[in-house]
Design a protein around this ligand. Structure first.
Ligand code: 3HC
Length: 692
């Protein structure tokens, strides 16, 4: 029987089945909360009913609070009211889980008296990814059911666990047969009734907490072990404090009040706003502007990768990880076997760390075939070139591919800067050519810039974006311009960073400002790590920049023990007096007067230059949305997630402040800071990038 728009109520013997259906993910919106309350009320008032099964239709159990309701006034019943109703129900409630029980969804399951799940289900508290903590008792109940160490791991990582693991740790009471969840849940409810099982409340359980009493080192060790991962984020520390509170001299209700207070604090913080922005921005990025949703997706069953170096190897691994066979081509047997050896080494290291099964190493390697003949790529559905970053070489490869590749194959380049249309013009089929810009290490980094050439066909773009998902990456569609989106913004940062060291800042000072802002490493540190010689041409080098001079001196970066910094054998970095002299001499030659520069100036010049470049990319249509730029900078360039990306960060400052800063920076430092026309327009209309 239909109770309301989202709830149906059925009775099977002594068991009431309350079913919720609110696509796409049964988020706990006001309507869903009311729907659950209505269904439970009917069951409680029905004298024939002795137990209740709470189940969802569609692809998942409740995926959490409805994030779109955050910041709006709460509509009754609140999630906490609903939880009290479930927990204090006079008849057992059985949470019946498929898909994902996440956040508030799992917290609702935790107030049920029993939990049953299908093996494919996953349970987790991912609030930390939104800059939050579980605000409906998750930090108080989970430790009581799985113990403190596991709760610390689960809640601060936000990573879901499989139903099997959940069963092993006591979070789930029973596993149902796949595809028989409803029937098995009803059978389980009947057993609960027949065996007269108690109304178990997680809040009353203490045994798992007792295991951790008198061991404060659990928390100290955990904080220490994760300091790097948590750096800058507020939510993990708040979560740890809430879990610590379960062992303090506090009643359960006091613990709940403590959790609530910290949840409200986090919810109002800009970190959570930034992380929620990125949650939606990542999903938005997958929606392709100007391409119909029903555009056919081409099958990608076999892939060719040209170039067995670091980039090509990482790309090949990404496909092998997704179960797609790859033919890896390089010019010599030596280069090939070296590439394949490195790949095997990477897999073995992962297996050693316990992040993959030892037997999977061979299985993945079996998906990789090496060849020195490009002709062996003739049956590939997609061929990605990852050779030297030079137009003539790329064009040569594409001209050859044009002769070899089967009709309909997608021809992709991994170029980071070069003109895609020029590369495509070397073929007779430019409509089949696309840019797939992976980031190093390609098997780890989540970002994939999908570059659309002026002739790239819609189905090639749609297939490339789908491919990103298959590889577990976030695909962002960008236009064809020097450096596309990410590297062009990086170039704007580079220009400022290089200028700053000539004007008087040390590389360490510039790097510290960026590190303190939240980047995992500073600009020059990153340059040294990547290698100063990437893109450097010995023949054309003319001592025209500090970087060229360092390269000419053989200081190619960390790998040779020296770049902008000096490195010891353990790759520890220290400032280099030699480099400092190079910088000072070069500045003198350029007639630049050196002076003291403060952190605020360094920060403003770098960040506002990045924002301004982002705005220009939007104006030129190279980026389709401001939020795409944020996704690119966060997933590919280490912009701190809790700062939401450069465009979100600029919106937080407010457009009047952005334009004022740019104007004053322009007056001092010239054209790099001329505000983009888009910024001027938005400021005059009282709008922000979020409206662009
Ligand atoms: N609230 C509102 N909308 C949500 C949502 C939520 N909790 N979770 C997902 N959605 C929306 C997405 O924005 C997307 O919308 P769109 O189609 O308009 O772009 C749609 O649902 C489908 O989502 P996905 O594309 O992500 O679908 P997938 O099948 O790939 O993934 C999922 C499903 C695993 C449930 C994933 O969406 C997810 O991880 N959701 C977030 C879960 C979460 O963080 N829950 C905690 C919320 S905070 C909370 O509960 C606070 C509490 O402690 C008080």
């Amino acid at each position: 029987m239909k109770v309301n728009d989202v709830t149906t109520y059925e009775v099977e013997g002594p068991v009431a089945v309350v079913t919720l259906n609110s696509p796409p993910v049964n988020a706990l919106s006001a309507a869903v909360r009311q729907g659950i309350a209505d269904g439970l009320k009917m069951a409680l008032e029905d004298d024939d009913v002795r137990a209740m099964v709470l189940i969802c239709e569609g692809r998942t159990f409740f995926a959490g609070a409805d994030i779109t309701e955050f910041g709006k006034p709460t509509v009754d019943p609140s999630l906490r009211d609903l939880q009290l109703m479930v927990e204090n129900a006079a008849k057992p409630v059985i949470a019946t889980i498929h898909g994902t029980a996440l956040g508030g969804g799992l917290e609702l399951a935790l107030v049920a008296h029993y939990r049953i799940a299908v093996p494919s289900a996953k349970c987790g508290l991912p609030e930390v990814n939104l800059g939050l903590l579980p605000g409906a008792g998750g930090t108080q109940r989970l430790p009581r059911i799985v113990g403190i160490p596991k709760a610390l791991d689960l809640i601060t990582s936000g990573a879901p666990v499989s139903a099997k693991a959940a069963k092993d740790m006591g979070l789930v009471d029973e596993l149902a047969a796949e595809g028989h969840l409803r029937a098995d849940a009803i059978a389980f409810a009947n057993r609960v009734i027949d065996e007269n099982r108690p109304l178990l409340k997680v809040r009353d359980r203490a045994e798992k907490l007792d295991e951790a009493r008198g061991k404060p080192e659990i928390f100290a060790d955990f904080r220490k072990a994760n300091a790097r991962r948590f750096r800058g984020f507020k939510a993990p520390e708040a979560i740890i404090r809430c879990i610590e509170a379960t062992l303090e001299d506090k009643s359960f209700d006091e613990g709940m009040a403590f959790e609530r207070a910290l949840f409200i604090e986090l919810q109002a913080d800009s970190q959570s706003a930034a992380q929620r922005h990125i949650f939606f921005a990542e999903r938005q990025a997958g929606k392709i502007v100007g391409i119909p949703a029903d555009t056919p997706i081409l099958p990608i069953r076999k892939v060719g990768v040209i170039g067995a170096g670091t980039m090509g190897g990482g790309i090949a691994m990404s496909f092998a990880n997704a179960g797609i066979p790859v033919t890896l081509v390089d010019t010599s047997d030596d280069a090939l076997s070296r590439g394949l050896r490195i790949i095997r080494g990477n897999y073995e290291a992962t297996a050693k760390k316990g992040r993959m099964k030892a037997e999977d190493v061979d299985a993945r390697m079996a998906l990789l075939t090496g060849s020195v003949r490009m002709e062996d790529l003739s049956d590939c559905d997609l061929i990605i070139e990852a050779v030297f970053e030079q137009m003539e070489i790329k064009q040569e490869v594409f001209a050859k591919l044009d002769r070899i590749a089967k009709p309909g194959a997608i021809l992709a380049t991994n170029t980071s800067y070069l003109d895609l249309d020029e590369i495509a013009s070397a073929t007779s089929r430019p409509t089949s050519v696309v840019g797939l810009h992976f980031f190093s290490p390609a098997h780890v980094m989540k970002l994939l810039e999908v570059v659309r050439g002026k002739e790239t066909r819609a189905d090639i773009i749609a297939t490339s974006m789908k491919l990103a998902k298959t590889l577990g990456k976030i695909g962002v569609l960008v236009g064809n311009a020097f450096g596309f989106v990410g590297n062009r913004i990086l170039a704007a940062r580079d220009a400022q960073a290089n200028r700053l060291i000539l004007e008087g800042a040390t590389p360490e000072a510039v790097d510290k400002v960026l590190y303190d802002f939240g980047f995992p490493m500073g600009h020059f540190q990153m340059r040294d790590l990547v290698g100063l010689d990437v893109g450097w041409n010995r023949e054309k080098s003319s001592s025209s920049t500090v970087r060229e001079i360092l390269n000419e001196m053989g200081r190619h970066g960390q790998k040779v023990g020296g770049g902008f910094y000096d490195y010891d054998e353990s790759r520890n970095r220290k400032p280099s007096p030699v480099v400092q002299k190079v910088i000072e001499d070069f500045a003198a030659k350029q007639g630049i007067v050196r002076r003291e520069l403060g952190d605020a100036e360094i920060r403003d010049r770098i960040l506002y230059a990045m924002v301004n470049e982002g705005a220009k990319l939007l104006d030129e249509g190279i980026a389709s949305r401001a939020s795409d730029i944020d996704v690119i900078l966060i997933t590919g360039y280490g912009w701190p997630k809790y700062e939401g990306g450069p465009m979100f960060w600029a919106d937080l400052q407010g457009m009047p402040q952005v334009i004022e800063k740019l104007n004053s920076l322009q007056a001092e430092y010239g054209d790099a800071f001329v505000p983009s026309p888009l910024i001027k327009r938005l400021a005059s209309e009282g709008k922000g990038f979020r409206d662009a």
